[in-house]
Design a binder for this molecule. Structure first.
Ligand code: RB5
Length: 145
């Protein structure tokens, strides 16, 4: 199960991503908004809590730029969120950063690219090895704050 959420700027992109990836067998838990203007930190928190609790394996967050969502998500313990607008980043943030949340900007990229990036993010595994040590260092910093 994939948690997904957006603010008012990302509603159409969220619908497009859900529709494109549902056809490929992915299941989504939609944490809002369904169109009402809202504050993106509220949605980011809801999606990230689905991930940190283990209810959902990963999260996708969409706002106008993707920036507000990524800033918020990265404040939450256990979340490694990446703002992506290209396929290389979507792939490598899984391979090297073991990112568990991807953020996108609905005013930055198109719905087709967003769906493609989401698929790359959801189907690429973590490489482990030397990258695990770096993840552990991130966690160490997180735990010391
Ligand atoms: C909402 O207008 C906009 O500020 C929001 O979607 C996002 O871009 C914030 O980072």
């Amino acid at each position: 199960m994939i948690a997904i959420g957006c603010d008012h700027a990302g509603v159409e992109m969220k619908k497009a991503v859900i529709s494109a990836l549902s056809e490929k067998g992915f299941e989504f838990k939609d944490m809002g908004t369904d169109g009402q203007p809202c504050d993106y930190p509220v949605i980011a928190k809801a999606v990230c809590e689905e991930v940190t609790s283990g209810k959902c394996e990963k999260g996708i967050l969409i706002c106008g730029t993707g920036i507000g969502m990524s800033i918020t998500a990265n404040k939450i313990k256990g979340i490694r969120a990446s703002l992506c607008s290209d396929s290389f980043s979507a792939k490598y943030t899984r391979l090297h950063n073991d990112a568990n949340v991807m953020c996108m900007g609905a005013r930055v990229i198109g719905n087709g690219l967003a769906s493609e990036l989401a698929e790359i993010f959801l189907t690429t595994g973590f490489e482990g090895g030397r990258h695990q040590r770096r993840i552990d260092l991130i966690t160490e910093i997180e735990n010391s704050n």
